[in-house]
Design a protein around this ligand. Structure first.
Ligand code: BGC
Length: 347
């Protein structure tokens, strides 16, 4: 009898543990590329946290190649993943894989970038993308003291990849802050390139941003200054910085960014980039791992936005994490004290 009771107790304990710890369910994680620092970090964080939670992980990077990502996601779905998490290279290009997921009843979480034109997207977890732009635009507004200073000030703009739904949010958030000053003639864009399509950077690549910035700089060959260069993220800010170093003799402009990539934080410390927006990839990964658990346990999934992110087919229930302003004055606390980077990372 005693033996039977202890056996029953044992079984109860095993059951209790199993519900807190996933029983090896497989989760697919598809990241766009290893080329940019952030996606490596996102992938690593996701893998680590999912494995710690007891899941098996199929993590794939797609070399910024849409077809490759399509194949990888299709294989994840056919290979028995019970949830698939995707940071898309191009939001609208994964249609057939998403249809397959829907057919097989596999939930899909859009990671950081929204998956477009599909009703197979269950949830979206990201940072507040419009707010990222607002933070960048407000920084320029305040640094140039646009409400009080006479101006006019010269501004140039470099935005992100048109295939990435986030890019327009970043751009719009910043432009909504700066537009009134452009309309009033206080901010002048000498290149005349203001519209998103004119200032976009396909693939977000540093070299692409650098090439366009070099062309734009021809407008300043007369020795005039650029006061601010709105850059939507760090990879494009790096391109603009490189172009300025090679082709510009005027006063160094305010340059914005996003992600706090190592090279850009080094540039911030060196006075070459003014600010960045810190999106702690550990926070996003933790939120998504929580979502995965809630989905697989049949629990209510935490979301905090059910109206903003319409993907052309449905409005996707979303969780928006908070982006944080970063500059040379707070990077130690934000990035080093929090363990995000080591001092050696920034040498
Ligand atoms: C992300 C940014 C990143 C950019 C380029 C965007 O979707 O939200 O953090 O800088 O892609 O990879």
């Amino acid at each position: 009898m005693k033996k039977l009771i202890s056996l029953l107790l044992c079984m109860l304990m095993v059951c209790a543990c199993a519900s807190a710890f996933a029983a090896g369910e497989k989760v697919g994680v598809s990241m766009p590329t290893k080329d940019l620092q952030r996606w490596n970090q996102d992938g690593e964080n996701m893998q680590k946290l999912l494995e710690e939670a007891g899941y098996t992980v199929d993590l794939q990077f797609a070399s910024n190649d849409v077809q490759q990502q399509l194949n990888q996601v299709t294989n994840m779905i056919n290979g028995g993943c019970q949830v698939v998490v995707i940071a898309a290279i191009e939001g609208s290009s994964l249609g057939s894989a998403l249809d397959l997921a829907k057919e097989k009843g596999i939930p899909v979480i859009a990671y950081d970038r929204l998956l477009m034109e599909s009703d197979a997207v269950s949830y979206y977890a990201t940072f507040d993308n419009y707010k990222v732009g607002t933070v960048q635009g407000t920084y320029i507004k305040e640094k140039l003291d646009l409400d009080n200073a006479e101006g006019p000030f010269a501004l140039e703009i470099t935005a992100g990849d048109p295939g990435d739904n986030n890019a327009l949010y970043f751009y719009q958030g910043a432009i909504d802050v700066l537009k009134p000053y452009m309309d009033a003639g206080k901010l002048v864009v000498k290149s005349g390139q203001i519209e998103f399509t004119d200032v976009a950077t396909p693939t977000w690549k540093t070299e692409v941003a650098q090439n366009r910035a070099t062309t734009v700089l021809a407008n300043y060959a007369d020795g005039s200054n650029i006061d601010a260069w709105l850059c939507s993220n760090d990879s494009t800010a790096l391109g603009v910085t490189n172009a300025l170093e090679d082709n510009y003799d005027g006063e160094w402009p305010i340059i914005t960014g996003q992600d706090c990539d190592k090279s850009n934080v080094k540039n911030m410390i060196a006075g070459k980039q003014s600010m960045s927006v810190f999106k702690d990839t550990r926070t996003l990964a933790a939120q998504v791992v929580k979502m995965v658990g809630q989905i697989l346990n049949g629990e209510t999934v935490d979301v905090n936005d059910t109206s903003t992110y319409n993907n052309g087919k449905i409005t996707v229930p979303s969780f928006l994490c908070e982006p944080v302003f970063a500059d040379v004055n707070n990077y130690v606390e934000l990035l080093l004290d929090s363990g995000y980077y080591t001092e050696a990372d920034l040498k």
